[in-house]
Design a binder for this molecule. Structure first.
Ligand code: F6P
Length: 319
């Protein structure tokens, strides 16, 4: 393969730029031409494509977001959109593609692979919800961003002797909530993988107060409920002054951590190695600190393993 393309799709994640840089520089190193496709699959359909070189990915390693921009494309899901995309790739002579994004983006990558364009997915999402990989690009940075926020909220919550519900992202996964709950010493963690037991949570808050604990922080994964609703319920049931904080998109921004940059660099490199060997229809993953790859369909249907061990640890440490 001599000409490849790279795009970012779905929600942005810190470290996507490091992945783009790794794809571009690895391709150039291997004597391939590499094209950057703007605005995800929408840009592919519209032919928003420019050749990239070593210099075009300089000074981006520390930057959050994605220099290629990103989008969630409904057009690409249609037969007509897909045909247009394949046609554009043919016109530009692009033989293979790296798609950096989440599971929605990998469905697009699968469709392209089925239509004869070898496509490799690189998991970039803060949610850490891709079953085949132990970690996704952006997750570590998001966890650290949330942790910083928790620590700040802790200052005010202890001063006022309140309870604060902090709603974090994660879509249908509770990973951001569990990791930040443990790292931030939260008194409670509510995640979509476990039944929501508000009475149990309130009992724990009251028991804590009776032991002399004057404040509590509860981390709520967005897939498990709404912070504003819980604020009212918890205040009513515990009689303790309660506030809600929805962290929102702040979790998607900021400079990637070293861990995310290294993960993105390794994954981007591996994606190009696959394409160089004409191998497509794969998702790059990390397992046991080794970079491996999986069939896209397999990766999409694999059930995500719930980290019971971490959840149980959180329960023990939050008493
Ligand atoms: O998938 C990343 C994510 O940030 C989720 O955690 C969240 O549910 C969603 O994207 C928000 O999407 P948008 O930026 O389109 O509002």
């Amino acid at each position: 393969m001599k000409k490849i393309g790279v795009l970012t799709s779905g929600g942005d994640a810190p470290g996507m730029n490091a992945a783009i840089r790794a794809v571009v520089r690895t391709a150039v190193y291997k004597g391939m031409q590499v094209y950057g496709i703007r605005r995800g699959f929408n840009g592919l359909i519209n032919g928003e494509i420019d050749q990239m070189d070593v210099k075009s990915v300089g000074e981006i390693l520390h930057r959050g977001g994605t220099i290629l921009n990103t989008a969630r494309s409904d057009q690409f899901k249609t037969e007509q959109g897909m045909k247009k995309a394949v046609n554009v790739l043919k016109i530009f002579g692009i033989e293979g593609l790296v798609v950096i994004g989440g599971d929605g983006s990998f469905r697009g990558a699968l469709d392209l692979s089925k239509r004869g364009i070898p496509t490799v997915g690189v998991p970039g999402t803060i949610d850490n919800d891709i079953a085949c990989t132990e970690q996704t690009i952006g997750f570590d940075t998001a966890v650290n961003t949330v942790l910083e926020a928790i620590n700040k909220i802790r200052d005010t919550v202890t001063s006022h002797e309140r309870t604060n519900i902090i709603e974090v992202m994660g879509r249908h996964a509770g990973d951001i909530a569990i990791y930040t709950g443990i790292a931030g010493g939260a008194e409670g963690i509510l995640i979509p993988e476990m039944p929501l037991d508000i009475d149990n949570l309130c009992r724990r808050i009251i028991e804590g107060r009776n032991r002399g604990k004057s404040s509590s922080i509860i981390i709520l994964a967005e897939g498990a409920g709404k912070a504003m609703e819980l604020e009212r319920i918890i205040e009513e049931k515990t009689g303790m002054e309660t506030r809600a904080t929805v962290l929102g998109h702040i979790q998607r921004g900021g400079s990637p951590t070293a861990a995310d940059i290294i993960l993105a660099s390794r994954m981007g490199y591996h994606a190009v190695e696959l394409l160089q060997q004409n191998i497509g229809n794969r998702v790059v993953s990390i397992r046991g600190n080794r970079i491996v790859d999986n069939d896209i369909e397999e990766a999409l249907t694999m059930p995500k393993k719930f980290n019971q061990e971490l959840y149980d640890l959180a329960q023990v440490l939050s008493i």
